[in-house]
Design a protein around this ligand. Structure first.
Ligand SMILES: Cc1cc2nc3c(=O)[nH]c(=O)nc-3n(C[C@H](O)[C@H](O)[C@H](O)COP(=O)(O)OP(=O)(O)OC[C@H]3O[C@@H](n4cnc5c(N)ncnc54)[C@H](O)[C@@H]3O)c2cc1C
Length: 550
């Protein structure tokens, strides 16, 4: 294949790359695609990847960070003004920034929660100009449904309205049922007035309920497993996978261990710069585009100031751990997680009943029951309560660390730069504590919060009230980030956009960015399904352009 010119090169076989490869090869006759992926095939390196129940061991407890399947990034430590005491500075520690380096990308390491977020965010994408209408909720919903293969038993008409049943991305309810303590958690949340929601991807997102997961037959259904492998099947089915009667390759080839870099000569400074970049074809000529160390883009040798690396968005999370009576968790095949999605109070107070019914919630709590290990407590069973700020207002940035592309990029999240974000997180953490105090958790399972005590010793033990300053210190010390996106924003050029509504990099035609980095605003939920959705929509745009050209 290498001697034949490919019609399209896809850099990275992550969530987006896998969907794009499959959709293009299925919809465009005789297209040749080369996928270049820096990581190795998902099955070859770490057998645990495909076992859903090992997520907490492989990723969450930072197993992934120690493996070859992760890029090993860590965000920068940042000092910033305290939101609580304006005369003080707080230090936000650098946090691990797990990113998949394997077929399937981060979809091979993620927690498999299937979530799309509220329609409003997509309508905000579409509101950026008349041509952006192709990204409104109705268009996005069509793509979500096309990708999805939901196996809910006896779905009602409302569920059918919002879900797809014929796609390759398998989505399912828990197969093994809830642990009793998880049912207890739902009851505890209901005791506080939180309504039950049996479909977080339906009409409304708020409430307490059980997540759906991207799992098929007990195995992780990553985008490599579902979409890339289906694309590769096409090669296997072809009588001669290498060439058709015209001598043209009809195939998708994945070249793994292909870290894409190029070397460019900086004439002015008489030195070589290595930058992450691509060569692409435009009007029959080879052109080049690079993202240079300071984040600017170099197109066809011309330096163009595009704000690559700005608009770094994520859902910052904090985490409370609670210990329960022993042996509440007994079966590792269980993959259930409870979700609580609510509107936070902007002054940091416990949310009130109206907040639970607000249909624009801004916090998503992830609540797995789990076997954990903490120094003081050895191994124990318990619950994690992890609120994520789903509609954050703070915005970060990243830049290349140096001219050496193998160096880590510098990642500045700027989490909690706006006080509003901090108080909303405090509000949700206070709610988590209230839930843990409710029966039946407090009565039958003797649930006791331990996370905060462990870290900070006496000053917040035994349920003593924590001051906002204490909360701030706690939140800054425990930042998690799983959903980073936005650094190659799809927006008008005048609004700091890097790609246009058809995902073409400004100043180019045949160079597109298709992944989570194009989100102008972060979806209010986990980002795997939205990324796959973007790739599916992008495939339709590329197909339109490709067919028009042929
Ligand atoms: C720990 C964790 C838990 C998460 N949990 C969930 C969840 O439960 N539900 C959910 O919906 N989302 C979750 N997410 C987020 C979701 O998985 C990501 O948003 C999504 O996978 C991003 O897709 P992407 O295509 O943009 O990037 P990725 O999937 O990360 O793919 C990028 C690919 O490009 C490759 N690549 C990068 N640079 C180069 C290079 N120079 N040369 C060649 N190849 C390169 C990488 O190796 C990678 O395979 C989680 C993420 C993490 C890290």
């Amino acid at each position: 294949m290498s001697k034949v010119q490919e019609d399209a090169k896809i850099l990275g076989a992550g969530s987006a790359g896998c969907v794009l490869a499959r959709e293009l090869i299925h919809c465009i006759p005789n297209i040749n695609i080369l996928v270049l992926e820096a990581g190795s095939p998902d099955a070859s390196t770490n057998g645990l990847i495909n076992l859903p129940c090992t997520f907490f061991k492989t990723s969450f407890q930072l197993g992934a960070q120690l493996s070859d399947n992760d890029w090993g990034y860590v965000s920068q430590e940042q000092k910033m003004q305290s939101s609580v005491n304006l005369t003080k500075e707080v230090v936000k520690k650098g946090s691990p920034y797990i990113r998949g380096k394997v077929w399937g990308g981060s979809s091979s390491l993620n927690a498999m929660v299937y979530m799309r977020g509220q329609a409003k965010v997509y309508n905000d994408w579409a509101a950026q100009g008349p041509e952006y209408k192709i990204w409104d909720w109705n268009n996005c919903l069509e793509a979500f449904k096309a990708l999805e293969n939901n196996s809910r038993k006896e779905p009602d008409e409302n569920f059918k309205k919002f879900h797809g049943f014929n796609g390759l991305l398998h989505v399912r309810d828990s197969q093994n049922g809830l642990y009793k303590i998880e049912s207890g958690l739902i009851d505890a949340a209901k005791n506080l007035g939180i309504p039950y929601n049996d479909d977080f991807n339906g009409e409304r997102q708020n409430g307490v309920g059980i997540y759906q997961f991207t799992i098929k037959d007990g195995r992780r259904c990553s985008l490599a497993e579902s979409y890339l492998k289906d694309a590769l099947k096409k090669v296997e089915l072809h009588p001669d996978p290498k060439y058709d009667s015209l001598g043209k390759v009809v195939a998708v080839e994945v070249r793994s261990f292909a870290h894409v870099i190029n070397i460019i000569w900086d004439e002015k400074n008489k030195k070589e710069n290595i930058a992450i970049g691509v060569r692409y074809f435009c009007n029959g000529t080879v052109r080049e585009a690079f993202i240079a160390p300071k984040g600017e883009v170099i197109l066809c040798g011309v330096r163009k100031e595009l704000p690559v690396g700005r608009n770094l968005l994520d859902h910052p999370g904090a985490c409370i751990v609670a210990k329960s009576t022993p042996n509440t968790i007994h079966d590792w095949s269980n993959d259930c997680e409870i979700g609580i999605i609510h509107k936070a109070n902007v002054e940091g107070k416990i949310p009130c009943k109206d907040d639970f019914f607000d249909e624009s919630p801004d916090i998503q709590i992830i609540d797995p029951a789990i076997e954990l290990y903490r120094k003081k407590h050895n191994k124990f069973d318990g619950l994690i309560m992890m609120p994520l700020l789903n509609i954050p207002s703070s915005v970060g940035y990243l830049e290349l660390g140096s001219n050496n592309p193998f160096d880590q990029p510098k990642i500045y999240f700027n989490f909690y730069e706006r006080p509003n974000d901090l108080y909303r997180m405090i509000s949700s953490l206070k709610l988590c504590r209230e839930i843990l105090k409710q029966p039946p958790l407090s009565t039958i399972y003797d649930v006791k919060e331990i996370g905060i005590n462990d870290e900070f010793g006496q000053w917040c033990t035994n349920g003593n009230d924590m001051s906002d300053e204490d909360w701030e210190k706690f939140i800054m010390s425990k930042i998690t980030s799983f959903h980073s996106c936005g650094t190659v924003k799809m927006a008008p050029e005048s609004q700091e956009g890097v790609v246009n509504h058809r995902l073409q990099v400004y100043g180019t035609k045949n160079l597109r960015v298709v992944d989570a980095s194009i989100f102008p605003y972060i979806p209010s939920g986990n980002t795997n399904a939205p990324t796959a959705m973007v790739a599916w929509r992008a495939s339709r745009l590329i197909i339109e352009d490709f067919m028009g050209k042929c």
